[in-house]
Design a protein around this ligand. Sequence first.
Ligand code: ADP
Length: 422
Amino acid sequence: MLLGCIADDLTGATDLALMLTREGLRTLQTNGLPGDDLDLTGACAVVVALKSRTIAAKDAVEQSLAAYDWLAQKGAKRFFFKYCSTFDSTDQGNIGPVAEALLERIGAQFTIACPAFPAAGRSIYMGNLFVNGTPLAESPMRDHPLTPMRDSDLRRVLRRQTRSEVGHVGFGDLEGGQASIAHAFERERTAGRRIAIVDALTDRHLRDIGAAASDFALITGGSGIAIGLPSAYQKAGWIEHLEPAPSSIAAPPGRGAILAGSCSAATRAQIGVAIASGLPAFRVDPLAVAEGTVTAATILSWLSNCDEAAIPLIYSSDDPVQVTAVQAKLGRERAGHLVEDLLATVAKGLTGKGFTRLIVAGGETSGAVVAALGVQALEIGPEIDPGVPWTLSRSGPKLALALKSGNFGTPDFFVKCWKLLK
Ligand code: ADP
């Protein structure tokens, strides 16, 4: 293994693993800190998915350092700390404290922070982050329930989270290409800055930044900044050759099913298309789950009456008005856990009935499902839509899984994704 990555959430980890795979590094993703016995054969990069974005900074630091220790012990030479492209964090952390703790543990003097991902509408100019052309603090992230982003200037945001000096590598530095960027990194480092926010408006910038930072022990950023790393590592002689991106996946034989716990607009549209195309669907009502009138057994017995050739869809997804009404009755957390636990138990029941190919919609929902299935690691396969690949389980039951962040994917996602399976 060359590159050891630590991601602060599950679907973000998949996003990074997919980017690295697409650019030529064979990548394995783990769900949480894996055991020592995990088989890493063939992996040039490993992404450890934590759930540390919104936990207390002290716990995020502890978990990230444990992930670093595991990766270093497995032979990683370079490290990447992955967070969201909207820099999701608060004045307490966790981006700054984790980056500083990793620098200390690695014994490195300097790193960069670059969440830019122009292809997904995230660019940085003069240290300010823009989301689809809108300053971060005026974007919907302004009202995020856990990490409201009310300052678009990432230098200020990071300064509030760190003890060390924050620097900046700007557009003027980028325009001079790789050598000019490397020179700017050195300028910031010798000025005593430990972390520099780096502007980026195009993929060209990201590739130049990756090349200029390829000898850094630690890089921090979104998945966008990883675009230039595989080719930079090859040029630097760290890896022999780049692997072609997989175009299909050898899924284990068996039936397929879709489990959706995301209430995001994209997932609800995908459910609409799936139902219109004739997939048999079971709608889970969280109130019925709370009363105990709908259980995993109810759903599994409904399944046994479905046509074996059809792909069943089991969903709890609902519109914001209904979700608010359910949350008012059950409480936000209880409603979430009830549905996550139910879908996770159904997923387990499905594997016992010969289902080997599962689509799961929703970040939290996916986390609950892979934990229930005992899947420790995932091999990254072909990209279905930006940010969502098919994956193969490397431990636990042999499964093909597509874990979809709620808002990802085109409306026909649930119908078209099966074509990439061999
Ligand atoms: P996304 O990726 O779209 O954010 P998540 O799975 O991360 O999706 O989060 C959706 C949350 O909403 C989960 O905790 C899920 O259990 C919960 N949930 C799903 N359906 C409902 C519903 N009908 N009412 C209330 N909460 C729901």
